[in-house]
Design a protein around this ligand. Structure first.
Ligand SMILES: Cc1cc2nc3c(=O)[nH]c(=O)nc-3n(C[C@H](O)[C@H](O)[C@H](O)COP(=O)(O)O)c2cc1C
Ligand code: SF4
Length: 634
C-alpha cells in the first residue's frame, strides 16, 4: 500500500455504529471514518470483522467481546456493507483495511486458561476439528473481503484474541500440533496467515501483536520479536503492528492517562531493528507531536492514533496546516469505551460531543442570534458557550471562581490528570477565538442575571460536595477531597478516604494522598471499587494506589468518625469494625446539584435552562453531551 503520510487509525469506531448492524448504524460508521479520511489520515483500519464462531454446541450461549456466533461474512449483504466502508475511506483519500477478530476466552481457548486474574470463567478447549473449522472461516472471510476492493487485512493477535491465547506460553499448554513448542504455538497463526494470503492475494496482510505480554508466564519482548521474525521469515506478514496491554489489568490495552504518552514505543523500535517489514506502534499517542517523535526516533514506520481521533476528527488536517493549538486533546478517560460496554449508553466522547454524529455535520448557523448567558464555566458551561457561539449566538459566560474548569480544574491537580488542564486551555482558547465574553470571579445572583438582560440563560453551576450524614463528620480532621487536591486542606499520616462516588473521584484522591506518603485506606460501601470505572481503566489507579501502600476496603460503611478512629459496619451483616489510629478523614463523596439559581430564575421572565452537574452530578461526557443537545435547540 502506498501511504500519503505515516498516520494510521487503528480499530476503534465500531461503537459509533455497527457496520453490519442497522442501515443507520452502518451509515454512522462510514461517516465517522470518511470524516477522518478527508482530514488526511493515510490509513484507516476501521472495520472489525468477527470470525464466524459456530463451533459452539447448540444451546451454549457465548458471552463477552467477540462472542458473535454468526460472523458477518456469513450474513447476507456483507460485501455491500464492506464496500460502503471502503468507498467512504477511499473518498477521503486514505487506504482501507479490516481487522479479523476472534476474541477468545468466551467461549474458546487452546487449553481452558485465560491470562486474566479478573475473570474466572473457564473457556472451552478447542479440538483439532474445531480449529480446522475456524481456519477455514478465516479463509472464507478473507475471500469475501478481498472481493470488495479492500486494501488490507490485519489479524488481531492481541487483546486476548484466540490467536494471542495460542501464541502465549501462559495460555497454550497443548501438546499437539498447536502447542508444546514455540513452533507449535505459532502454527495456528501461521496457518491462518497462509489461508488469508492465499484468498486475498491483492491485500496487504499484517499482524497486530502484543509486543510483550507483561504477564507472568507469558512471552516477553524477546519472545514477541521471535514470533514476528519467524512469521516474517516465512513470508507471511507485510507489517507488524505493535501494541501493549490486556483486557483487564495495568496496562490495559487502552491505556489511561496514568501512563505517559507512547510509553512502549521503544519496544516497537526493537521490533523494527529485527524486522525488514514496516512496524506500526499504537498506544496512547495522543498528540501529533508525540507521533512525530516516534517516527523521528525511528521507533516505528507508521503511528496508530485511535482515541485522539475521537477527540478531534480534524486532527490530521490541523496538524498538517500547523494549527496544533486548535487540536482538541483526548484526556484519556476511556468513556468512549465504558459508556457503551459498562453502562449500555450510546457512544460518546468526553471532550467531543460531536464524535459519532459526523453524518449530521456541524450544528447549523442561526438566522436570528440570541443573547445567551451561561452561568458556570465547568465542562457543561464551557462546551455550551462554545457551541452556541459557533452557531452565531452572542454569548457571555460567568464563573464565580477566578479560573474556569469547575471540577475538571480540581481533578487536574492530580499529576496523572495533567491532560485535563490542556483540555481547559483548549476550551479557553476556543472561547477567546469565538469572541465569547468571559467574566471570572463573578458570582451570579437572580438579580444580577436579570439585570444583565439576556434572552436565554443556561445555568451550569455544577455541584457542591456531598457530605455523608455520619456522626463526627464535622470534626476538624475531616476534610473534603476537593480541598485536598486544591491544596486548601491538608492531612498527614494515617488517612481514611470515605468513598461515596462510583467513578474516579475516590481513586484519584486516595492515589494522590498515598503518593504523598500517607498511609491510606479507601473505604467503599459498595461491593466493588469504582463500580462505573470500566475494566480498561480500573487497573491503573488501583496499581498506583497499591504501589504507594494504599489499602482498599469494600462493603463497609462509616457509622461514626471519632478524633482518632472510624467505626465501620459491614453493609449486609452489620458486623462492626474499627479503623484505629486515624489522623485524618477525607470525603470523596461526589456532589449534590447546585441548582439554586436555576430554581430562582424559573418564575422570571427569561428563557432559562439547566445542565451538567447542576441538574444531576455525572461525568464530563454527560455534561458535554447535554451542552450539545441544548446548543442544537437554541
Ligand atoms: C472504543 C474503542 C474500540 C476499540 N476496538 C478495537 C478493536 O476492535 N481491535 C483492536 O485491535 N483494538 C481496538 N481498540 C484499541 C485501539 O485500536 C488502540 O490500540 C488503543 O485505543 C490505544 O491507542 P490510542 O491510545 O491511540 O487510543 C479500541 C479502542 C477503543 C477506544
Ligand atoms: S472519551 Fe476520553 S479517552 Fe475516549 S476519546 Fe474522548 S477524551 Fe479520549
Amino acid at each position: 500500500m502506498q501511504l500519503r503520510n505515516r498516520i494510521m487509525l487503528p480499530p476503534h469506531g465500531r461503537l459509533v455504529g455497527d457496520p453490519f448492524g442497522s442501515d443507520a448504524a452502518a451509515a454512522r460508521h462510514a461517516a465517522y471514518w470518511e470524516r477522518r479520511s478527508r482530514s488526511g489520515a493515510a490509513w484507516i483500519c476501521g472495520l472489525n470483522v468477527f470470525i464466524d464462531n459456530q463451533v459452539v454446541i447448540p444451546g451454549f450461549e457465548p458471552s463477552g467481546l467477540g462472542a458473535t456466533e454468526r460472523g458477518p461474512a456469513r450474513r447476507p449483504g456483507f460485501g455491500a456493507r464492506v464496500r460502503r466502508y471502503v468507498d467512504a475511506v477511499h473518498a477521503g483519500g486514505a487506504v482501507a483495511s479490516a481487522q479479523l477478530i476472534l476474541q477468545g476466552g468466551m467461549p474458546h481457548s487452546p487449553s481452558g486458561l485465560l491470562a486474566n486474574h479478573a475473570d474466572n470463567q473457564v473457556p472451552h478447549v478447542l479440538d483439532a476439528r474445531e480449529i480446522a473449522h475456524l481456519v477455514a472461516e478465516y479463509g472464507h472471510t478473507a475471500a469475501e473481503l478481498a472481493a470488495t476492493g479492500l486494501d488490507g487485512i490485519e489479524l488481531h493477535a492481541n487483546h486476548e484474541d484466540l490467536l494471542q491465547l495460542f501464541l502465549s506460553p501462559a495460555t497454550n499448554h497443548r501438546d499437539d500440533a498447536y502447542g508444546g513448542s514455540f513452533e507449535a504455538r505459532l502454527s495456528l497463526v501461521a496457518e491462518i496467515l497462509e489461508v488469508v494470503r492465499a484468498n486475498a492475494p491483492a491485500c496487504t496482510v499484517g499482524l497486530r501483536l502484543n509486543a510483550d505480554e507483561l504477564f507472568e508466564g507469558g512471552y516477553d519482548l524477546e519472545g514477541g520479536i521471535r514470533i514476528a521474525t519467524a512469521l516474517e521469515a516465512r513470508g507471511l506478514v507485510d507489517y507488524v503492528h505493535c501494541v501493549v496491554g490486556n483486557n483487564w489489568g495495568d496496562p490495559s490495552y487502552v491505556q489511561t492517562h496514568h501512563h505517559r504518552p507512547a510509553a512502549w514505543s521503544w519496544m516497537a523500535a526493537r521490533y523494527r531493528e529485527a524486522l525488514a517489514v514496516p512496524v506500526i506502534y499504537s498506544g496512547r499517542v495522543d498528540d501529533p507531536g508525540v507521533a512525530a517523535t516516534i517516527v523521528d526516533q525511528g521507533h516505528a514506520d507508521v503511528v496508530g492514533m485511535a482515541r485522539a481521533m475521537f477527540a478531534d476528527g480534524d486532527l490530521v488536517e490541523k496538524a498538517a496546516s500547523g494549527r496544533l493549538h486548535e487540536i482538541r486533546p483526548c484526556i484519556g478517560t476511556n468513556d468512549c469505551l465504558h459508556r457503551v460496554v459498562v453502562e449500555g449508553l450510546r457512544f460518546g466522547c468526553s471532550v467531543n460531543p460531536a464524535a459519532g454524529r459526523e453524518q449530521d455535520g456541524p450544528l447549523p448557523s442561526v438566522e436570528a442570534p440570541a443573547r445567551l448567558l451561561v452561568v458556570g464555566a465547568g465542562p457543561a458551561g464551557l462546551e455550551l458557550a462554545a457551541l452556541a457561539a459557533e452557531r452565531g449566538h452572542e454569548v457571555e459566560i460567568w464563573e464565580r471562581e477566578p479560573e474556569i474548569g469547575g471540577q475538571v480544574r480540581v481533578a487536574a491537580r492530580a499529576p496523572e490528570n495533567a491532560r485535563y488542564a490542556d483540555y481547559l486551555a483548549y476550551q479557553h482558547r476556543r472561547l477567546t477565538d469565538l469572541g465569547v465574553r468571559l467574566r471570572l470571579g463573578a458570582p451570579a445572583t437572580r438579580a444580577s442575571v436579570l439585570a444583565a438582560g439576556h434572552d436565554v440563560v443556561a445555568v451550569a453551576t455544577g455541584a457542591r460536595p456531598r457530605r455523608p450524614a455520619v456522626p463526627g463528620v464535622e470534626l476538624p480532621h475531616v476534610v473534603e477531597g476537593r480541598a485536598v487536591l486544591l491544596g486548601e486542606a491538608r492531612v498527614h499520616g494515617r488517612v481514611v478516604v470515605l468513598a461515596m462516588e462510583d467513578h474516579m473521584q475516590p481513586l484519584t484522591i486516595a492515589g494522590f494522598l498515598a503518593s504523598q506518603g500517607n498511609d491510606v485506606t479507601l473505604v467503599y460501601a459498595t461491593r466493588t471499587v469504582g463500580a462505573l470505572v470500566g475494566k480498561y481503566s480500573i487497573g491503573a489507579p488501583l496499581a498506583k494506589l497499591s504501589a504507594a501502600g494504599g489499602e482498599v476496603e469494600v462493603l463497609h460503611r462509616a457509622v461514626a468518625i471519632l478524633p482518632d478512629a472510624v467505626h465501620l459496619q459491614h453493609v449486609y451483616s452489620g458486623r462492626p469494625r474499627t479503623l484505629e489510629g486515624v489522623d485524618g478523614v477525607v470525603l470523596a463523596c461526589g456532589g449534590v446539584a447546585e441548582s439554586t439559581l436555576y430554581h430562582e430564575l424559573r418564575d422570571a421572565d427569561v428563557d432559562v435552562h439547566v445542565l451538567g452537574d447542576a441538574y444531576a452530578p455525572r461525568r464530563i461526557s454527560f455534561a458535554t453531551r447535554q451542552a450539545y443537545e441544548l446548543a442544537a435547540r437554541l
